[in-house]
Write a protein that binds this ligand. Structure first.
Ligand SMILES: Cc1cc2nc3c(=O)[nH]c(=O)nc-3n(C[C@H](O)[C@H](O)[C@H](O)COP(=O)(O)O)c2cc1C
Length: 391
C-alpha cells in the first residue's frame, strides 16, 4: 500500500470495453434446455499499458472518483485501501513514486499528444506471433475460406439514370505503369542489386528537397504528399538478400539517401524474422527486401496535438508511400507487395521501438519476380516479366 501522503491520479487515457461471455450450465443441458448465461467482463483499454486489464465493478467506480489531471490524496478520493492497491498494481492508478513504471509509461503517452481514441485503436490492434496463414488454412479446411453470405457488389448500382459518359484519357507512360502494377506473391531466390534497392527507396521514400519552414521546423519535399509536409513515416528494412549488403536490419535516411545499419543477422535468423514480420505469409517472406512502414508519431502530433484526424493522416501517408513503392518497383520490372497482416509487436521488438512513439503500419517488400505458383490477381496478365497466372 502506498503511504497515506501519496498522491494519486488516473492514467491519461482509459476506455472500457464490455466483453461478453456466454456459457451453458450442465444441469440445463442435461434437462435438454439451451439457456445461455451471459457474463459481462469490463476490460480497461489503457494505451500506456498496451494490454487489456480486467476490472471489477468497484474498481470502475473508484476510477470514476479519481482525476486524470489532478494529483489527489487518498482521503479526498474515498476509495477503500485494497481497491487503491489493486488499481495501482494494474497500472491504472498512478503515483509520483520514482519506481512507478506505469506512471512513467503514462508520462510518455502524455508527452506524445495522442488523441485518446486513436491511441487505443493503435495500441490494441497490434499482433504478436500471429500466423495468419495457419488461421486461413484452418478456415479453408472447414469450407469457410470466404464468408457464406453474399458479398456487396463491386460497384454500387446507379440509382439515377442516365449515366453520363466521360471521355477516355489517352494512353500514357503513367497508364502503362499502372497497368503493369500488381501485387507479387512469387519471388525468385535471387538477390536484389544495391542499385535496384536504391532506385525503389529513392523513388518512394526519398526526399527531393528539405528546407526550414519556420524556426526549428524542417519540412521535406517528397514524391508523395504528407499532412503538414511532416513525413512521419519512414522505412525500416529487413534485408535478406541484397548484393554487397550484410543480411540484417537497417533504417533508410530519406534526405541523405543512405542505409543505416541497425544490426546484422545470420541468414537463418533474417529468414525466420521475415516470416514473423508478415504473420506467416511465406510468399511475402521470400522477398529479398522487406520494409516496415513505421511512423514517428511525435513528428505529426507535435503539430496536430490531440487532433481527431492526426492518426488517420499518418496511416494515409503509408498508403501513398506503398503505392509509390509499387510503381518504382514496377518501373524496374520488379515485384512488390504490401501487407497489413503483420506482427507489429515482433517488428517493434526487432528494431527496439516503443509502440507509443513508433507505430508499425504495414510491411512492404520487393524483389525479382518468379513464375507464379501462388495465386495472384492478375486479370490483365501484366505481372512484370511473367506469363499470366493460370487462374
Ligand atoms: C492495405 C493493404 C493490405 C493488404 N494486405 C494483404 C495481405 O495481408 N496479404 C496479401 O496477400 N495481400 C494483401 N494486400 C494486397 C491485396 O490483396 C492486393 O492489392 C489485391 O489482391 C489486388 O491485387 P493487385 O494489387 O495486384 O491489384 C494488401 C493490400 C493493401 C492495400
Amino acid at each position: 500500500m502506498p503511504e497515506f501522503a501519496t498522491l494519486f491520479r488516473r492514467c491519461a487515457v482509459l476506455m472500457l470495453e464490455a466483453q461478453e461471455r456466454i456459457s451453458y450450465q450442465p444441469q440445463d443441458l442435461i434437462a435438454g434446455r439451451l439457456v445461455p448465461r451471459v457474463h459481462t467482463q469490463w476490460m480497461a483499454l489503457a494505451p500506456h499499458l498496451g494490454e487489456a486489464i480486467a476490472l471489477e465493478a468497484a474498481e470502475i467506480d473508484a476510477l470514476a472518483r479519481c482525476s486524470s489531471s489532478q494529483w489527489l490524496p487518498v482521503h479526498e478520493l474515498g476509495i477503500a485501501a485494497e481497491t487503491i492497491d489493486a488499481l495501482c498494481a494494474k497500472g491504472l492508478l498512478l503515483t509520483q513514486q520514482p519506481g512507478d513504471a506505469a506512471a512513467q509509461r503514462d508520462d510518455i503517452l502524455r508527452g506524445m499528444h495522442w488523441k485518446g481514441l486513436s491511441a487505443v485503436a493503435h495500441l490494441f490492434s497490434r499482433w504478436r506471433g500471429v500466423d495468419a496463414r495457419a488461421a486461413e488454412r484452418h478456415l479453408a479446411a472447414q469450407g469457410m475460406a470466404l464468408p457464406a453470405d453474399t458479398p456487396p457488389p463491386s460497384v454500387e448500382a446507379s440509382a439515377v439514370a442516365p449515366a453520363l459518359a466521360l471521355p477516355q484519357p489517352a494512353d500514357s507512360a503513367l497508364e502503362q505503369l499502372l497497368l503493369a502494377r500488381t501485387t507479387c506473391r512469387n519471388y525468385a531466390d535471387a538477390p536484389l542489386r544495391a542499385d535496384q534497392l536504391g532506385h525503389v527507396l529513392q523513388r518512394s521514400f526519398g526526399a527531393r528537397a528539405s528546407g526550414a519552414f519556420a524556426a526549428g521546423l524542417t519540412l521535406l519535399k517528397k514524391g508523395v504528399p504528407s499532412a503538414g509536409g511532416l513525413h512521419p513515416v519512414e522505412a525500416l528494412l529487413l534485408l535478406r538478400k541484397v548484393d554487397g549488403l550484410a543480411c540484417g536490419l537497417y533504417r533508410y535516411h530519406p534526405v541523405e539517401h543512405t542505409l543505416l545499419l541497425q544490426q546484422t543477422l545470420p541468414q537463418s535468423e533474417a529468414d525466420a524474422l521475415a516470416l514473423r514480420f508478415v504473420a506467416g505469409q511465406e510468399y511475402f517472406a521470400g522477398a529479398p527486401v522487406l520494409l516496415a512502414l513505421t511512423a514517428r508519431f511525435q513528428r505529426n502530433f507535435w503539430k496536430y496535438r490531440e487532433h481527431a484526424k492526426a492518426w488517420r493522416a499518418v496511416i494515409l501517408d503509408a498508403g501513398h508511400l506503398s503505392q509509390t513503392l509499387y510503381l518504382a518497383a514496377t518501373e524496374l520490372q520488379l515485384g512488390a507487395f504490401i501487407t497489413a497482416a503483420v506482427n507489429e509487436a515482433d517488428i517493434e521488438q526487432a528494431f527496439g521501438l516503443d509502440p507509443l512513439q513508433h507505430g508499425v503500419i504495414a510491411v512492404c517488400g520487393c524483389g525479382i519476380p518468379a513464375r507464379p505458383d501462388e495465386v495472384e490477381f492478375d486479370p490483365l496478365g501484366r505481372a512484370a516479366g511473367r506469363p499470366p497466372s493460370p487462374a
